[in-house]
Write a protein that binds this ligand. Sequence first.
Ligand code: FMN
Length: 180
Amino acid sequence: MLVFVGCASAYGSTRRIAERIARQLRSDGHDTVLRPLDRAAGLPGCDAAVLGSAVHGGRWLPDAVEFVRRNAGALAARPVGLFSVSLVGERSSAFPSPVARGLRRLKARSASELPADLLAAIAPVGRHDFAGAVAPEHWPATGRLVFRLMGGRYGEHTDWDEVDAWAAVIAARVSGRPPE
Ligand SMILES: Cc1cc2nc3c(=O)[nH]c(=O)nc-3n(C[C@H](O)[C@H](O)[C@H](O)COP(=O)(O)O)c2cc1C
């Protein structure tokens, strides 16, 4: 299958995760088209899609939401995997474990990072939250203070084994195979 892998990234970590997912999809026998969502017009000729965005203020970046809205019909007609990149992934985080656990609980109770109508329309075959990278220059002074008070650590927090494992599951789901 030809799988469209689209990403919206402000500082590069979502882009790196998208590249890694595309690599895993290819090693599972798919062809891939990798595109930044601010420049992608659509999903030309693709049988499936994996879309990811950095999370700012609890939401996907506007370019990613806009892409999903414009292509909702095409996405609804294909198998789609969605991933979000923030400071708190499902397995790793920029914060110490107790803080990360609290943030995951909070996230489970809050609105999703994509508008609910779009999520319902797409009905993704899989969703995942990964931790990305963070640097002091990404934040204003108040953000740096809050981050420090929460025990946050700068650097890259992505668990690459987690990325590969999820990509393998998605590679199987988009082609209707049970995962190995
Ligand atoms: C302005 C701004 C707002 C952010 N808001 C959130 C947030 O609400 N929740 C969160 O967990 N991380 C938040 N982050 C952290 C980013 O999601 C994280 O650094 C991610 O790895 C960025 O991906 P990117 O490198 O592809 O831009 C924010 C970062 C910035 C710069």
